[in-house]
Design a protein around this ligand. Sequence first.
Ligand SMILES: [Zn+2]
Ligand SMILES: [Zn+2]
Length: 142
Amino acid sequence: MNPLRGGCQCGAIRYELSHGPLRCYVCHCAECRKQSASAFGISCVVPRTALHLTRGTPRFWSRVTDTGNTLDCAFCPECGSRLWHQRRGAIGTLNIKGGSLDEPLDLGQAIHIWTSRMLPGVILPHGAKQFPREPDEPRGAP
Ligand SMILES: [Zn+2]
Ligand SMILES: [Zn+2]
């Protein structure tokens, strides 16, 4: 498999993934709306060992989540694009921000969460897996 590649908007930060996403979430919560400055956030769960930086050094901004965990959020210091989120202390996975991937993501199988906060006018694909809030199943860092 060719590695998946991605990076920030200006190109100062580049990465490769040696493993494809295990699953992708589209989150309609207010935090993801702020984070993306758009309608929702896209999180692709990958093994931590799959992420390889090939250019640049990201900066981190951190916040405490509703569940009391600390989320470390990597972004480009030049252009500000968010690149990935990792829950502090979680060793297994991290969440790549979906829009940072070069190859357009197929969101056909994405799991929609916090649909109770979804913006009016956003329409989910027919049959999309969806949860009004956070699902019970573990999903790594939000
Ligand atoms: Zn950048
Ligand atoms: Zn969210």
